[in-house]
Design a protein around this ligand. Structure first.
Ligand SMILES: [Cu+2]
Length: 135
């Protein structure tokens, strides 16, 4: 009976400490994220700036090939397609989508609402141009 108040007091103390630690790490994390944003202006990370993927398709060149692009669910992605012929890119989302392009430069928007990986392919020739990693 006499020993009970001591462990109880310890419990109260140890419950308070982790909370303060979590708060401190959140503040530290916030500082890191803010610093990262101002230094890495070229890499939008869901901060309201649109994600832009530039694609070039000519008769013998496709660029990029297999590039991984990270986006958040529901975040619009602008795909800027420059080509010397008409065609379409195939978006392996559910339901599937296609991005039609023509000779010249067009911009098509894709938004994926469900987390996961979505390949964007050229079928002629068969190439994964880029992969949207939605998370
Ligand atoms: Cu396909």
């Amino acid at each position: 009976m006499t020993a009970r108040p001591v462990p109880h007091a310890h419990t109260v103390r140890s419950r308070r400490a982790p909370r303060l630690t979590v708060l401190a790490s959140l503040v530290a994390l916030g500082a890191v994220v803010l610093t990262g944003c101002s230094e890495d202006a070229e890499e939008p990370a869901g901060t309201g700036e649109p994600v832009v993927v530039k694609v070039t398709l000519t008769d013998d060149t496709i660029s990029p090939v297999g590039e991984v692009v990270k986006v958040k669910p529901g975040e619009p992605v602008s795909v800027e397609i420059t080509a010397d012929h008409a065609g379409e890119l195939h978006v392996h989302s559910n339901p599937e989508q296609s991005l039609a392009f023509e000779d010249g430069t067009v911009t098509r928007e894709v938004t994926i609402d469900t987390p996961g990986s979505v390949d964007v392919e050229s079928h002629d020739p068969a190439t994964t141009v880029f992969r949207l990693q939605v998370q």
